[in-house]
Design a binder for this molecule. Structure first.
Ligand code: PMP
Length: 438
């Protein structure tokens, strides 16, 4: 009964803002379905223009190409030709597309080990383990790291669904702290230490704080220095999901630890995905040898899931090496610099126009608050008509009244493309009265 009570404490944030779930159900019922289930974009093929070297995509059934702000292609490596493609195609010829086995059976290729060594080197930690899917990296491994009696998870209210699932599966007591709110996190930690475990008043066996580098719906950057200060003060462990920040933050793309000048060793468990900045698929956990050996032995993802496709591993290795400059060029450096310039320019222009833009200046995730649910779809569709693709972020991914469109900036966007997007948004924004201050 205690366990069930604890589970109840952890409800997704969008639900939390509603006092009565029945009211929520009714509200849900009233808004038209397309707003709840945003239209999916069918992507035919990634295309690359011959003149500017930047990619667009063609939508199924449409003749025109769209400027893509809907994907997380931060460094532009999700291209169909370019520096990684030859090696990836070669890996396909060498190994085939599928491994058809787990790491513990016959699915441990040399390329998997190379990817893990490269990832650990890139992050500046002892070791790393990789998995075929980013979502499962969280949901299947959090229960292997923490769980059972006496474990407490302190989770940011905006954490991704894969973290929420992993935390629930772990069977730990879960407390949610306000988004990026250091005072609330400290209050929850103090409460946990002073009051001990409910009923027994014994100390917690393990306290795990879980945060993200960049929050994908908010565009906010974690206040990592403060979180590390608190985890040390209260003897907790720290799990950091860098799905959106690895490659996209820091002078050399090392993520949010580099961005804040933090020693990676201060983060106990570094998690990230290869689906964004590396233009590939899968995820990693990195940290001490002891941590990684534990996961190699006990992770459900290693024991029972097929290992990563070899061409995908190769794509990740190639893009990571370019970021590190190990291809002997400064292409990686240039991509990182271009992402920063594009991000700052785009955010600043939107703000100057009078839009409400969420998140931190250096975050390439740019959510533009629309609030009125009916306007979100209209805005996205209007932009589609102008060959601009961006994603609607609506309930339940956001609270019902905080719907937004989310745009992701890429190093492969040109200034010309960004200007076209900005001009279009400005025009539609005027018509829909989305500008709040001038
Ligand atoms: N963590 C975070 C913070 C995410 O945003 C996502 C998905 N975008 C994931 C994990 C899951 O990763 P993947 O899409 O690579 O499975």
């Amino acid at each position: 009964a205690d366990e069930r009570k604890n589970m109840k404490e952890f409800v997704p944030v969008s639900f939390e803002s509603f006092v009565d779930r029945n009211i929520l159900k009714r509200v849900n019922h009233c808004v038209s379905r397309p707003i709840i289930s945003p239209p999916t974009v069918e992507v035919d093929v990634l295309e690359r223009t011959s003149d500017d070297g930047n990619w667009h995509f063609r939508l199924t059934g449409r003749k025109t190409r769209c400027i893509n702000l809907a994907s997380y292609n931060y460094l532009g490596f999700a291209e169909n030709e370019g520096p990684c493609v030859d090696a990836t195609a070669h890996a396909l010829q060498l190994y085939g597309a599928g491994v058809c086995s787990t790491r513990h059976e016959l699915g441990n290729y040399r390329i998997h080990e190379e990817l893990e060594r490269t990832t650990a080197r890139f992050l500046g930690v002892d070791d790393a383990i990789t998995f075929g899917m980013g979502f499962c990296t969280n949901s299947m491994n959090i229960p292997v790291l923490v769980g059972g009696k006496g474990c407490l998870i302190l989770s940011d209210e905006k954490n991704h669904a894969s973290i929420v699932l992993g935390a629930r599966l772990s069977g730990s007591v879960i407390k949610v702290f306000k988004h990026n709110d250091i005072d609330d996190l400290e209050e929850k930690l103090r409460e946990a230490i002073i009051n001990g475990r409910p009923k027994t008043h014994r100390a917690w066996r393990k306290i795990l704080i879980i945060v993200e580098g960049i929050y994908s719906m908010e565009g906010s950057i974690v206040k990592l220095l403060d979180v590390i200060r608190l985890k040390k003060k209260y003897g907790a462990y720290l799990y950091l999901d860098e799905a959106h920040s690895i490659g996209a933050l820091g002078e050399t793309g090392r993520g949010v630890t580099e961005y804040w000048g933090v020693d990676p060793g201060d983060v106990d468990i570094m998690m990230g995905t290869f689906t964004k900045s590396f233009g590939a698929a899968g995820g990693y956990i990195a940290g001490s040898k002891e941590l990684i050996n534990h996961l190699r032995a006990y992770s459900h993802s290693t024991l029972y899931a097929c290992s990563m496709s070899a061409p995908v591993a190769q794509q990740t290795i190639s893009s990571m090496k370019i970021i590190m400059g190990e291809d002997g060029t400064d292409k990686g450096k240039l991509r990182i610099a271009r992402l920063v310039t594009n991000t700052r320019y785009f955010r600043q222009r939107l703000r100057e126009m009078g839009f409400i833009v969420c998140g931190d200046d250096d975050s390439p995730v740019v959510p533009l608050l629309v609030c009125v649910p009916a306007k979100i779809l209209a805005l996205v569709e209007d932009l589609f008509e102008r060959n601009i693709a961006c994603a609607p972020a609506v309930f339940p991914a956001t609270p019902l009244t905080e719907g937004r469109i989310r745009m992701c900036i890429s190093a492969s966007h040109t200034r010309q493309m960004l200007d076209k997007v900005l001009d279009s948004i400005s025009e539609v924004g005027d018509r829909m009265q989305l500008k709040y201050s001038l």
